[in-house]
Design a protein around this ligand. Structure first.
Ligand code: NAD
Length: 371
């Protein structure tokens, strides 16, 4: 059995979590801004593309906590949003763009990284335009709505000689990192089975429920976290999948995407992974059953408040700002000329799995997952 405190101390030392666990919230936004403006010369500039819920609610505030990057610019199709963003984040006029003049961002030395936070079907276009402008790009999950778009995005990065990273924040979250450590180090022996699910009630009338814009339903938006969780917990890639669509009890709200679905991955060594996702039911968990005990998280995928248990007891890790860690890690990788740990290739891999799940759901057959 491992010692919880030793494991936590080792974790903090190894990941630098302590450095990010500072009590930032007690400072006012203005103070943070001032500190950032003073030290931003050493930081890479990020421009957020799309100023919706995630950009405004999570990414921009996180960029007040980052050490290696800061919010330098915005790209938006909504002029009414500009004054508030400029004031709140000290963004000069010269760093404000719209979707038409976006390419001219290439001439702006303040911007090093474009962060695409648009509906899923716009990820490919804006990522490629970002590379064409000569910038590095972070693209939100899911990377794109099909593998062909992922290939075009990766090719554009290569052509530009720039890096592509995906907004996979949970790769920087202590409880999820612990799942990966416990699973891949076989702390409780070999994993036999995994289970995961992510669902919430989605309001009607948003792009997430429009197949053309979202590429699919809850699987694209939420199920992708479950897929990721199973892969980093086991350190394995699935060989095949069998998927079933859930009963559509509200066809008016879900005219062209699934309301819910479930799937079973077969991993090497006979390990199974049962996943589910829904836009009509709330759940949020990841579990592994191993030879010498189980371990899991519930909730698993939130921005904070993860809780975990193992056969040894309750997990105890500090709360961190996942988005700040994710963006800092990418900025640092650029400074150090190393690759992102969540590169475009990882996003592409997951889009392959999403497509295989949809294929199985549509055909009712087991689908092999090829490269
Ligand atoms: P949102 O609807 O709140 O924001 C979307 C933004 O895109 C808005 O500013 C909107 O004005 C803009 N937009 C431009 N053209 C548009 C069009 N034709 N239709 C609709 N909106 C248009 O969405 P969000 O929740 O911010 O999600 C944006 C992206 O971020 C998605 O890809 C989503 O999957 C991802 N996301 C990731 C996380 C995460 O934890 N990593 C969390 C939430 C969202």
């Amino acid at each position: 059995m491992e010692n919880k405190n030793t494991s936590r101390r080792t974790f903090i030392r190894n990941t630098g979590v302590a450095a990010l666990g500072l009590p930032f919230l007690q400072h006012g936004i203005e103070t943070l801004n001032k500190q950032h403006m003073e030290s931003k010369k050493d930081k890479l500039g990020i421009a957020l593309v799309g100023l919706g819920g995630y950009a405004g609610g999570q990414l921009a505030p996180a960029l007040l906590q980052t050490e290696h990057c800061y919010l330098a610019g915005i790209v938006t199709g909504s002029p009414d949003k500009i004054p508030l963003w400029q004031k709140k984040y000290n963004i000069p006029d010269k760093n404000v763009y719209n979707y038409q003049n976006f390419e001219s961002i290439g001439n702006n030395p303040d911007i090093d990284i474009i962060y695409v936070v648009l509906p899923n079907n716009m990820h490919a276009e804006y990522t490629i335009r970002g590379f064409d402008a000569g910038k590095h790009v972070i693209c939100e999950k899911p990377m794109a709505i099909n593998v062909a778009d992922c290939d075009r995005m990766i090719a554009a990065a290569k052509k530009a000689g720039k890096e592509l990273s995906i907004g996979y924040r949970l790769h920087f979250e202590p409880y999820n990192l612990e799942m990966a450590r416990l699973g891949t180090s076989k702390t409780y022996g070999a994993i036999k089975k995994m289970e995961g699910g992510f669902g919430f009630k989605a309001q009607a009338g948003q792009w997430r429920l429009d197949k053309k814009m979202a590429g699919g339903g809850p699987l694209m938006d939420l199920g992708v976290y479950v897929i990721q969780g199973m892969c980093y917990t086991s350190g394995l890639e699935p060989l095949s999948v069998t998927a079933t669509e859930g009963t559509k009890t509200d066809p008016a709200r879900f005219p062209d995407v699934e309301q819910s679905l479930s799937w079973t991955f077969e991993f090497p060594g006979g390990i199974t992974g049962n996943g589910k996702s829904s836009y009509d039911d709330s759940y949020n968990f990841l579990r592994a059953e191993a030879e010498k005990g189980d371990f899991g998280l519930n909730p698993a995928y939130n921005y904070n408040g993860q809780r975990g248990t193992t056969a040894a007891g309750v997990m105890d890790f500090p709360q961190v700002n996942q988005q700040a860690r994710q963006m800092d890690a990418f900025a640092l990788s650029l400074k150090n000329k190393t690759r992102s740990i969540v590169p475009g290739e990882l996003g592409r891999r997951d889009v392959r799995y999403l497509q295989a799940i949809y294929e199985s759901m549509a055909t009712g057959k087991k689908v092999s997952i090829n490269k």
